[in-house]
Design a binder for this molecule. Sequence first.
Ligand code: SF4
Length: 170
Amino acid sequence: MLKGKPLVAVSACLLGQAVRYDGLAKYTSLIAEELSKYCQLLAVCPELEIGLGVPRAKIQLTQVGQTIRVLQQHNPHIDVTNELVAFAKQFYEQQPLAGLVLQDRSPSCGMGNTDLYSQQGKVIGLGSGLFAATMLELNPALVIIQASQLQSKQDVAIFFKKMTFCSLNL
Ligand code: SF4
């Protein structure tokens, strides 16, 4: 790790850690190899951090009245919303982050592209994962992107420049 590189939290599954609910990873070489030239990468899996195991039962965004909760898909009595929010706050306070690269469509890491379910189990829209949403709420200036937004070396360079620009203007 070189000194002076901005610290970027990355969904651990994107860095090859087998932490997904199904016990698999989602290794993305552009992030693990190209982005690491510019930034210090810090792997984080919010679901693992709040004590959910691997493999684990699926959780999902669920509209409950006026609020969005993160409930276990087949046992909606299990609600991990508060744990995810608390972990995000703790993580934000402990890490001097310049940005985050998070996995799409996850109830923890997704940004506006995660299925939102009704309590009857129907998809009724899209929302953001609770970890991602909380990080953004804590610091709206934080540069957060989804893995799908990094498709080329040029995308990586643009992300890096954006982070550098934002940190200069803080
Ligand atoms: S919670 Fe985030 S880091 Fe963990 S497996 Fe799901 S998408 Fe990957």
